[in-house]
Design a protein around this ligand. Structure first.
Ligand SMILES: Nc1ncnc2c1ncn2[C@@H]1O[C@H](COP(=O)(O)OP(=O)(O)O)[C@@H](O)[C@H]1O
Ligand SMILES: [Mg+2]
Length: 324
């Protein structure tokens, strides 16, 4: 897809986990991850804890340098063809911890105004815009503008963090578990705000969450990660109703459903993912897969098209004998 607004090309990030020379150990946090995001769409990202979602987000926003691979914004390589200063204005990020993202000694008005002043906007104009943005995210600027982070709730802080991202007039916002720490009712309000803002401003979202219900609600497409790899990516409705990777099936089976008729009989996931320092050979999921067969322990599956804009990396989709 050449009209992508943001794309990841073979991203790799291995963290040092101690040891020297031949004994050196690395955490394969992100291992050859590629995907495209279309302008105006919301791409959901799911996977168990430790599967590399946050590392992918930080590589995508250039908060973390890649070991290999590149990120492109409108087809141009971030960091070379698009200078990072410009790239960071176009691609913003909102994190889970609303408190850690804010300077405890800065008022909410100045927290929102600060970024644009760094990019050269004068302070009175930046504050005027910050007031309008606070208003837009549902916080009365006269009341909340002068407050400090500890004087407002988690939901209000997350609204401030969204306003802070919007202050750059970005095209893309990467939301890493941005609503996960909020109470359900507050979470719903912030999700509604995000949906409105997307429509109003033509924003593109990459929405990372371990909550498959929330991701289904907000995403046009969903990407599933397992041990540093993308195992499936496709349109939300297709992926949720007809998943093509056993890991996706297992995640969906483990998902709490409000409708008992829709609970599947698939075996839920056992235990935690294996250690990413030494991922299993072949298909990384084969050690936990109820449907593993011949090629799975020895050969890594490659992504195959299983539907319109729907890719899955599983031998079940490509090896004939699997069908029997
Ligand atoms: N700075 C770091 N140093 C070492 N290991 C890290 C670092 N950041 C993440 N990891 C490891 O990389 C893997 C992926 O982590 P992460 O991207 O945070 O996953 P997720 O967001 O899906 O929970 C985990 O095994 C995690 O422990
Ligand atoms: Mg994370």
């Amino acid at each position: 897809m050449s009209d992508a607004i943001l794309s990841a090309h073979n991203l790799v990030k291995h963290f040092n986990a101690g040891g020297w020379g031949a004994a050196r150990k690395v955490v394969r946090a992100v291992d050859d991850v590629s995907f495209d995001v279309a302008p105006g769409e919301t791409l959901g990202v799911v996977g168990e804890s430790g599967c590399g979602k946050s590392t992918t987000a930080r590589l995508l926003t250039h908060l973390l340098p890649t070991d290999r691979g590149e990120v492109r914004f409108r087809g141009r390589v971030a960091g070379t063809e698009v200078p990072l200063k410009d790239f960071r204005r176009h691609v913003q990020m909102v994190f889970q911890d609303s408190y850690a993202s804010l300077n405890p000694r800065m008022t909410m008005l100045d927290a929102v105004a600060f970024g644009p002043t760094v990019h050269g906007l004068d302070l009175p104009e930046a504050r005027r815009r910050a007031g309008a943005l606070l208003e837009r995210v549902g916080l009365d600027p006269a009341r909340f503008g002068p407050r400090y982070p500890h004087e407002i709730s988690g939901g209000q802080r997350q609204r401030v963090n969204i306003a802070r991202a919007l202050a750059f007039d970005p095209d893309v916002i990467v939301l890493d578990e941005a609503v996960s720490a909020l109470d359900k009712s507050v979470e719903a309000q912030v999700l509604n705000l995000l949906t409105e803002l997307r429509r109003e401003r033509g924003l593109t979202y990459i929405f990372i969450s371990h909550d498959l219900n929330v991701v289904r609600h907000i995403s046009d497409r969903v990407m599933v990660m397992y041990l540093g790899e993308v195992v499936e990516i496709g349109p939300t409705a297709d992926l949720y109703t007809a998943p093509r990777h056993p890991y996706t099936e297992a995640l969906l089976a483990a998902m709490p459903s409000l409708d008992p008729d829709r609970r599947t009989m698939e075996a839920p996931l056992q235990g935690d993912p294996p250690n990413p320092i030494d991922p299993p050979p072949g298909c990384r999921f084969h050690t936990r897969c109820a449907r593993a067969f011949g090629p799975c322990p020895g050969t890594a599956p490659v992504p195959a098209l299983v539907g319109r804009r729907h890719l899955a990396s599983c031998h079940l989709n490509t090896v004939k004998e699997a069908a029997e």
